[in-house]
Design a protein around this ligand. Structure first.
Ligand code: ZN
Length: 318
């Protein structure tokens, strides 16, 4: 298992960058090699569009391990970063799960042109050269984090953590209370960085039952309305809010602006708008996640979460 690969077009990126390029723009490569020792690699959980149980990564082909002292990871101070990459992994029972830990901005497919003349590079493939390349990557990238620009990646990782906890609880015969405690503990142990603010999966997500003045990955389900250039999702669940001894029951709206140049937008953005329009036409409910800061609009008995960046919205398949 490794994070970095060189694609057939010479792009060196992390598995999570290749995954985002696929999700966002439909960019897919046919083959990959290790950027250090050039053995062939297999893309795992990179070209999938569905709930993820495993994190994007690269594997060796069976019986074709890395060669010339390589393990697929960069070196920092002469040491592989393979073992030190523990912060974004959690263990539940025997299962280990990696999840994205930083929300980044990637408006275009990430550019990371590595090399044009691949054949010359392969000629130069002794252990010393492999080490040099790993050292260089260590200096450039450090211990590359599993990052994503798409809220969907964080939402499906949370889902995967929940299902691992349920699986473990069933196997071990845990009582409901113990299972809830384990879930809370597991999500609290999973770090996440949003706009420079470091928190964890337990705190970062918020349903619509209560208001928060902080930026959250909000989630809920509701009905879709379209007005002009805006799509509104009205949450089924009201939001409770108290101020000056007055208890409000507010309508929670997500407002998604439809891009003016939708045709030229990334594939992911088109999918989000298509799913919302379809839900409106068929009068179906949508399950949504959206990242941002919600605002109180008390004179309209509402909470409004305005979304400009469609990377920050995830609508489950209807
Ligand atoms: Zn290698």
């Amino acid at each position: 298992m490794s994070d970095l690969a060189l694609s057939d077009s010479g792009e060196r990126k992390t598995a999570s960058e290749f995954h985002d390029d696929y999700m966002m723009h439909g960019v897919e490569y046919q083959s990959f090699v290790c950027p250090f020792c050039f053995i062939g690699l297999v893309a795992k959980a990179i070209y999938i569009d569905g709930p993820q149980g495993i994190s994007p990564h690269f594997s060796c082909f069976p019986k074709k391990p890395h060669i010339n002292g390589c393990d697929g990871y960069p070196l920092i101070d002469g040491k592989t970063v393979k073992e030190s990459k523990v912060s974004n992994k959690i263990k539940i029972g025997k299962d280990e799960f990696s999840f994205p830990e930083k929300l980044v901005s990637r408006s275009k497919p990430s550019q990371n042109k590595f090399i044009d003349d691949f054949s010359r590079l392969v000629e130069n493939n002794d252990p010393e050269k492999v080490k040099e390349r790993r050292d260089k990557a260590g200096r450039e990238l450090g211990s590359a984090k599993y990052t994503s620009s798409i809220i969907r990646s964080f939402a499906s990782s949370k889902k995967a953590i929940i299902s691992l906890v349920y699986k473990y609880a069933k196997e071990e015969g845990l009582a409901d209370g113990d299972r809830r405690t384990l879930l809370k503990e597991s999500l609290s142990k999973a770090p996440i960085e949003l706009d420079g603010y470091k928190t964890n999966y337990q705190v970062a997500f918020q349903g619509t039952k209560y208001f928060s003045k902080y930026k959250k990955i909000w989630n809920g389900s509701g009905v879709v309305k379209i007005k002009g250039n805006f799509i509104y999702i009205l949450s089924y669940q009201h939001t409770e809010y108290s101020e000056n001894d007055h208890r409000h029951e507010l309508n929670f709206y997500v407002a998604v602006r439809i891009p003016g140049d939708l045709e030229a937008s990334p594939a992911y953005h088109k999918t989000i708008v298509e799913r919302l329009v379809k839900a409106r036409e068929k009068e179906l409910a949508v399950k949504w996640h959206s990242y941002g800061m919600a605002k109180l609009v008390l004179d309209k008995d509402s909470v409004l979460l305005g979304v400009d960046n469609l990377d920050h919205v995830f609508i489950e398949k209807i």
